[in-house]
Every structure is written in structure tokens, then in C-alpha cells.
Design a protein around this ligand. Structure first.
Ligand SMILES: CC(C)(COP(=O)(O)OP(=O)(O)OC[C@H]1O[C@@H](n2cnc3c(N)ncnc32)[C@H](O)[C@@H]1OP(=O)(O)O)[C@@H](O)C(=O)NCCC(=O)NCCS
Length: 353
């Protein structure tokens, strides 16, 4: 018998007066919803106004199932009255980056600067160390409380991740025909294909091969790229559906070899159908230089004009050094809305017992 995995070996009343307990959002929907509302208040305070809303369904899927099949733990901190005053979701990668963990840690605006964040982080660091992790990563918007907190606890800032948004109005639509002509002029010998939802079975291995092309996108030092195979694609698709998201994919095929060589994917939350959330855009290395990145993205915007007519804006993010992708987004009319970075904390040097 392993016993109850949610019995809390690490919880204790910490110096900031917070009682930290693990919860399973499948059974404990009260705590899950308290965390959801707490996170919503943080998002309103901390992120640019053009970021998409986050539905309870999607939050639940993330905090209950995780996103990439990785082991994860949800913890909530309560004050003496029992009110939830902070929470964190710790993810422990199980396929690559085995010495690393990542955390989403939140304290609501009206409870900040009282040591709760530090108490939760110490607890989280202990949990990560218990799983043999030596580095803990978290994302924060530049110039936010999260960035100041991360710097104060001794974490190191990673490369900038630029967030952009595109108001999908008549002016944006009017740019598409000329961009398509410009892309097609360099993309002879390639054809487009699109699908809604999961990839067709016969394309699965090829879709995984295009995802693998993301391995050379700029990323933080020491972080290993994800290894993509058919199983991981299917698991990601299942999670997308569980999150209440619908995916649209446009791909480019190399006519001569029949190979799928480029993909772009947009997710739309059924409960917020005005926003298109950009997922990957990737072109296999041997096929770069044919404007396929621009071609699939233009084709996606054209497709969604009819397939998802409620979408009025798109959000995307890329590493600041990803010049080619940024140039494509600039041509489409995307504008910068903010910058996030991944902060990395060396667990050996932080709050060890
Ligand atoms: C980051 C966050 C968890 C901090 O929670 P908190 O309870 O306010 O943290 P603490 O009170 O333990 O702060 C510890 C120290 O961090 C620094 N700090 C925290 N917020 C700060 C701010 N807004 N400005 C400057 N320094 C700040 C201070 O040095 C602080 O110590 P001090 O209050 O004695 O000066 C909270 O602001 C939050 O939820 N932000 C949004 C989520 C986020 O960005 N999370 C990513 C974290 S890496």
C-alpha cells in the first residue's frame, strides 16, 4: 500500500502563518475553484490587458491533469480562517529536463509583501528537491511583482519571450492577399492542407517530425528540447480537448517527396471564441527559405476568417531572438504587448534545510 498520495508529508505552519496542503482538484473542487479565482485576480493585476481570459475548464484541466503528461502537484496555502491565500502548481518533467522542475506560484494582490510567496516557494523547493530536482523555473512578466520577487529570492532571468497580439480587423485581413502572393512566389512545389482537431492518423509520424523542428528554436541555457513522437502528439491533442480548446492546423507538404514540412496551429477556447491562441509554427530545416512559415500563417488567418468568424484577435509569443518568426508576425501586423522570462532558481542555494 502506498497510502494516500495526498496525505501531506511536507505541510506545516510556516512563519508567514500559512498552512500549506496538497489537494486533488478532482475531488476537492472547492479548493480548486478558490485557486482559480485567486489566479484570475493575479492575472488581472499582473499581465497586459490583451491576454486571453482563462476559463475554469482549462484551468481545471491544467491543475488536475497537467499539460504534457508530466507528474505534477497542486498545493494551496490557507490562513488561520481557512481562506486560500496562495497556491502553486509544481511540474516535474519526466521525459527530458529531469533535473528541473517548474512552478506556477500565485499570491493575490491584496495579500502580497507579507512573506506568503516566500513561504510557498520554500515549501515548493522542498518538494522539488524530494524529487531529485536541482533547478526550479517559473515565468514572470518583466517589471511585475513576480519578476521583483524572483530577483529577490536569487533566481536568474532567462532570455526574453516577446508576447504579441494582432487585432484581426479589416485592415489586418486586407494585408493577407499581398502576403500570400509574396509567399507563394517562393513556395513553388509545396501544397497546403488543413485539419480541425486531432491530426489524421496517416499523418501522425510526419506531424511529430515537424514538431521536432522546434528543437532549434532559441531557448534558455541548459534546457533540453522536447522529444516528439506520435504518442506525445496524441497526448497533447487529448489534453487540448480536455482543456475545452479546439485546434486548427494548417500544414505545407513538399509535393516531390510527399513529406509534411511545415505546420502552424491555433487554439480557440470554446468559452472565449474571440481569441485565437497561436501554438507552434515550425518548418523542417531542409525546407526553410521558401516562405513556408509566412504561407501557413497567412493561410491560417484566411481559413479562420470563415471557419472561426468570431475570432477578433490573436496572441502569440516567441523568444526575442527568433528573428525569422518575429519578422513574419510583424508582416501580419502583430504588435508587442509585453515580455516574459523564465527565471531559474538553483535549489542547492535556496532555503535548503
Ligand atoms: C510573486 C508573488 C508570488 C510574490 O508573493 P508575495 O507574497 O508578495 O512574496 P513575499 O512577500 O514573500 O516577497 C518576498 C520578497 O520579494 C520581493 N518582492 C515581492 N514583490 C515585490 C514587488 N512588487 N516589488 C519589489 N519587490 C518585491 C521583496 O524583496 C519581498 O521582500 P520584502 O517585502 O521584505 O521587501 C506574487 O507577487 C504573485 O503572485 N505574483 C504573480 C505571479 C508571478 O509572477 N509568479 C511568478 C513568481 S517567479
Amino acid at each position: 500500500m502506498l497510502g494516500n498520495p495526498f496525505a501531506d508529508p511536507g505541510a506545516r505552519l510556516l512563519d508567514a502563518g500559512v498552512d500549506i496542503a496538497r489537494f486533488d482538484g478532482r475531488d476537492d473542487t472547492g479548493t480548486l475553484e478558490s485557486c482559480y479565482h485567486l489566479v484570475q485576480r493575479c492575472l488581472r493585476a499582473d499581465q497586459p490587458a490583451d491576454q486571453p481570459p482563462w476559463s475554469l475548464a482549462s484551468f481545471t484541466a491544467k491543475w488536475v491533469e497537467g499539460f504534457d503528461g508530466n507528474p505534477h502537484e497542486s498545493w494551496a496555502g490557507s490562513d488561520a480562517s481557512g481562506a486560500v491565500v496562495g497556491c502553486y502548481l509544481l511540474t516535474l518533467p519526466s521525459r527530458e529536463n529531469l533535473s528541473r522542475a517548474s512552478v506556477v506560484l500565485r499570491v493575490p494582490p491584496d495579500r502580497r509583501r507579507a512573506g506568503l510567496g516566500t513561504a510557498l516557494l520554500r515549501h515548493c523547493a522542498d518538494r522539488a528537491r524530494l524529487s531529485g530536482r536541482t533547478q526550479l523555473a517559473a515565468d514572470a512578466w518583466d517589471d511585475s511583482a513576480g519578476a521583483a520577487f524572483a530577483a529577490a529570492v536569487g533566481a536568474t532571468a532567462g532570455i526574453p519571450n516577446m508576447h504579441r497580439s494582432l487585432r484581426f480587423d479589416d485592415a489586418a485581413r486586407a494585408r493577407l492577399p499581398a502576403l500570400r502572393r509574396a509567399a507563394e512566389a517562393r513556395a513553388a512545389g509545396y501544397s497546403l492542407q488543413s485539419w480541425l482537431g486531432p491530426a489524421p492518423e496517416e499523418l501522425l509520424e510526419q506531424v511529430a517530425a515537424v514538431h521536432a523542428a522546434l528543437a532549434d528554436a532559441p531557448r534558455n541555457a541548459g534546457v533540453e528540447p522536447s522529444v516528439w513522437d506520435a504518442d506525445r502528439i496524441r497526448r497533447a491533442e487529448k489534453l487540448i480537448a480536455e482543456h475545452g480548446l479546439v485546434s486548427h492546423t494548417v500544414a505545407a507538404r513538399h509535393d516531390a517527396s510527399g513529406q509534411l514540412v511545415a505546420i502552424t496551429q491555433i487554439l480557440i477556447d470554446a468559452s472565449a471564441p474571440d481569441c485565437g491562441i497561436q501554438q507552434l509554427t515550425a518548418v523542417r530545416p531542409a525546407h526553410r527559405g521558401h516562405r513556408l512559415g509566412l504561407l501557413v500563417k497567412v493561410a491560417m488567418l484566411e481559413l479562420l476568417t470563415s471557419a472561426a468568424p468570431n475570432v477578433s484577435y490573436f496572441v502569440t509569443d516567441n523568444a526575442g531572438a527568433n528573428d525569422y518568426m518575429i519578422a513574419i508576425n510583424a508582416q501580419l501586423g502583430f504588435e508587442v504587448s509585453g515580455v516574459t522570462r523564465t527565471w531559474q532558481l538553483d535549489l542547492a542555494g535556496f532555503g535548503a534545510p
